[in-house]
Design a binder for this molecule. Structure first.
Ligand code: SF4
Length: 335
């Protein structure tokens, strides 16, 4: 949960409701004994889907490397940390707050391992930093980088966030993701073997996907040895390829009621131990083209919580160990 996105009051309200699912705040409390604030950082990286190695257009939904909340104009990571902590101090009354440093923008393992070591280690060694969250692509995790992450993980917890978005290859062509499910599975196996926790990002409402397609992605992810998931509702942002298609009427976005209904189907299918890092999308308001009903994030989160309560929705209530295998047996391969 990014500190920039929610007030203390909203966080408290969210925490009070979170017993229906295992929230990131629950996880932080279990791991570190109290609240931890996630600080989004921009290390000045690029992405192979943008610098020409794989492509130059990027994923169709990506405005600027998912760096919504990172201080893009300041590349110096220590300065970013200082300014983010100062911002937090003005917003909260936390005494000696703890932080998780989140390398969010672009592909944060897309550099030689020596540079990554010099980037990550000083941050990890700051006394008030409890761990690192590193956003990257599964095709940017070579063996030497995995070995570095394993070493850092022995100092303090390190988790890796992978943007899978969907399991359906036809959709990945539409959104120009530029890696296969096989690549994702190989990277996940390496992270798992190295003992590194993994958080998978999913996007719901991608062009051409049916409810059944989206639930197949959920059942697949529910079967994986991962520790967390971010559930993003598709946001169409100005300046993206997706915005052009949206304006051309090639697809429409989910309505609020559709998203609430879908979330009520998704949450019970995820195992109760999996940490739910996010329950909706998150985009800069000034770039948001659609769906506009998401602009007031606090209102949307309140609606989600109220809907879970009214319908008595609980994470894990419909999960079984064999959900994905049974689906494969019934339908054949659905990706
Ligand atoms: S991999 Fe990430 S940073 Fe690269 S284009 Fe896709 S969303 Fe953007």
């Amino acid at each position: 949960m990014d500190i920039h996105a929610m007030s203390d009051e909203a966080m408290r309200r969210t925490e009070a409701e979170s017993s229906r699912y295992r929230s990131l705040n629950d996880y932080f409390r279990e791991q570190f004994g109290g609240k931890v604030y996630k600080l989004a950082l921009d290390a000045g990286m690029t992405c192979p889907n943008r610098d020409g190695r794989l492509g130059v257009r990027g994923c169709s939904f990506c405005a600027d490397g998912s760096s919504t909340f990172a201080a893009k104009q300041v590349r110096d990571v220590e300065a970013q940390l200082d300014s983010a902590k100062a911002l937090l101090a003005r917003k909260t009354k936390a005494d000696k707050p703890l932080y998780m440093a989140y390398f969010q923008s672009y592909t944060n393992t897309y550099a030689p391992v020596e540079i990554l070591d010099a980037l990550f280690r000083p941050v990890l060694e700051q006394p008030d930093i409890v761990g690192l969250a590193i956003g990257t692509r599964p095709d940017c995790l070579p063996e030497d980088v995995i070995a570095l992450l394993r070493r850092l993980n022995q100092v303090k917890p390190v988790w890796v966030e992978l943007g899978l978005q969907t399991i359906h290859e036809r959709t990945t062509l539409t959104i120009n993701r530029c890696y296969t499910l096989d690549t994702f599975e190989q990277a996940l196996a390496k992270l798992h073997d190295a003992g590194i926790e993994t958080v998978v990002h999913l996007i719901f409402g991608l062009p051409g996907e049916s409810r059944e397609d989206m639930l197949a992605t959920v059942d697949y992810v529910a079967s994986l040895p991962i520790q967390g998931v971010k559930l993003h509702l598709l946001h169409v942002l100005e300046g993206t390829a997706l915005a052009e298609d949206y304006r051309a009427g090639k697809f429409s976005c989910l309505r609020e009621g559709e998203w609430l209904d879908l979330l009520c189907e998704i949450l019970p299918r995820l195992p109760s131990g999996m940490v739910i890092h996010r329950l909706t999308g998150d985009g800069p308001k000034e770039l948001l083209l659609a769906p506009l009903w998401t602009a007031d994030k606090r209102r949307v989160l309140n609606r989600i919580q109220a809907t879970f309560r009214e319908r008595n929705i609980r994470q894990g209530s419909a999960w079984t160990e064999n959900s994905w295998q049974n689906r494969e047996l019934e339908n054949g391969c659905c990706c």
